[in-house]
Design a protein around this ligand. Structure first.
Ligand code: NAD
Length: 435
């Protein structure tokens, strides 16, 4: 049993804390958002993540998981301290490390004995050097400590599973004491444990996220070719994904990637490379393909409806992907705004994302059900691939829409089946959908 502190109780911090508590550790969570913490103390989970509610409640009840706003208290009560605060983009695309610096200084001020400080937030390489320097300066070099990097690879929507059954755990360390502590902590996971130096671990996170972005932009570029030559991108993805060297994941053509991680980490990695004197042209192309891809759905809607202005568009899906309530950097939100700029009226529905979307979007009618969004709408626009939409009653959809037009940014239906049912169905990169 280790004594662990988690600083920053968001998507990464809360899931990590609940899972580490589930493994039998004593975990103390910190956040500077008092409202969030007060809610957590009462069992109110601030995010939607399958399985998280039960895990938090169970471990809080067993007193393995406690919450505080005090970094001092958390530092005093634990030996391993994980930094899980946000690292949002600065205007130039590089990562804003203000929160990381703030909490580092507070940890240092509270340190009286050995601590292992582990970076889990996604940060530019060599950030650990700055963390180390700050701690040494504040503690006047009188306290022994270690820093480490333990990049986080969880996927929102599968975060609990990914944390309890990870493909691998990567740790960057520079002392055997730190390695031993982290090996011990993660031992119950029985997974591949990759030990590197700290800079390499920090780099692995950016390299992995940007590789995933590259896969998505690659298949989206292929979808463009498919549309021009009457081929089917879904079949191309299947055909190349069956090659074990490629694998089928992240080969889903669509309206582009968003979310709290991929776009921000892509920008940050391009900036990091630039600062080190390397022009990462490949990643710049990935970014451009993604930007262009987001405009495609508006074009497809114009092809179907002619003029979008004053038309009522039903929108299904607002979160950046299914099984989460996270709308940060969601492509769906961007696309809704794009349609609003063209003066379309939006009637939207999302199974989990509406409370957060209501804050981010103005002038949208939010509907209670997927069917309600269709009433009186000129067309349906699908922006997130929730299972609820895949299993919908299409006859009912056809009856509720003013005309049977669907523009599908996530390719959830088969074009031939949709056209057999009498829909005008426009999707991404599937030849039979060619105008
Ligand atoms: P988040 O915004 O959900 O959580 C961050 C939390 O830190 C918030 O609750 C915020 O209130 C808190 N915080 C900010 N400043 C603080 C401070 N000074 N003191 C105490 N608490 C503070 O963000 P997230 O999605 O959990 O991401 C956290 C980090 O992990 C980021 O660097 C992100 O890139 C990385 N990451 C995220 C994911 C993901 O899927 N969300 C996956 C892997 C890595």
């Amino acid at each position: 049993m280790e004594r662990v502190a988690i600083i920053g109780t968001g998507y990464v911090g809360l899931v990590s804390a609940a899972c580490l508590a589930e493994l039998g550790n004593k975990v103390i969570c910190v956040d500077n958002d008092k409202k969030k913490l007060e809610g957590l103390k009462k069992g109110i989970i601030p995010i939607y993540e399958p399985g998280l509610d039960e895990l938090v409640r169970k471990n809080a009840k067993a007193k393995r998981l406690i919450f505080t706003t005090s970094i001092r208290e958390a530092t005093e009560k634990s030996q391993i301290i994980f930094i899980c605060v946000s690292t949002p983009p600065l205007p130039d695309g590089s990562a804003d490390l203000t929160a990381v610096e703030d909490v580092t200084a507070e940890i240092a001020r509270a340190m009286k004995e050995y601590k292992l400080i582990v970076g889990k937030s996604t940060v530019p390489t060599q950030t650990h050097e700055k963390i180390k320097r700050t701690i040494k300066m504040i503690t006047r070099d009188k306290i022994v400590f270690d820093v480490a990097s333990n990049p986080e690879f969880l996927r929102e929507g599968h975060a609990v599973r990914d944390t309890l059954f990870p493909d691998r755990v990567v740790v960057g360390v520079e002392s055997s004491r730190a390695e031993k502590l982290l090996r011990q902590l993660y031992k119950p996971l029985k997974t591949k444990f990759l030990v590197t130096n700290i800079t390499t671990a920090e780099l692995i996170k950016y390299a992995r996220n940007c590789f995933l972005s590259t896969k998505i932009s690659y298949i989206n570029a292929i979808s463009q070719i498919c549309e021009r030559i009457n081929a089917d991108v879904e079949k191309v993805a299947e055909g190349i994904g069956l090659d074990v060297r490629i694998n089928p994941h992240f080969l889903k053509a669509g309206a582009g990637f968003g979310g709290n991680c991929l776009p921000k980490d892509l920008e940050a990695f391009i900036r990091l490379a630039e600062k080190k004197g390397y022009d990462f042209e490949l990643l710049k192309a990935v970014r451009k393909i993604n930007t262009d891809q987001k405009r495609i759905l508006l074009k497809k809607m114009e092809e179907a409806l002619w003029i979008v202005k004053n038309k009522t568009i039903a929108v299904w899906g607002l979160t950046f992907k299914p099984n989460t309530d996270d709308i940060r950097n969601s492509v769906a939100i961007e696309i809704v705004k794009m349609f609003q700029q063209e003066k379309a009226k939006i009637q939207a529905y999302d199974p989990k994302g509406m409370p957060k979307a209501k804050v981010a979007l103005k002038g949208v009618t939010f509907c209670k059900t997927a069917y309600d969004a269709l009433r009186g709408a000129d067309a349906l626009l699908i922006l997130t691939e929730w299972d609820e939409f895949k299993n919908i009653n299409l006859e009912k959809v056809k009856k509720l829409l003013r005309q049977p037009v669907i523009v599908d940014g996530r390719n959830i239906f088969s074009p031939s089946a949709m056209s057999a049912q009498g829909f005008i169905y426009k999707c991404i990169g599937r030849g039979s959908d060619l105008a």
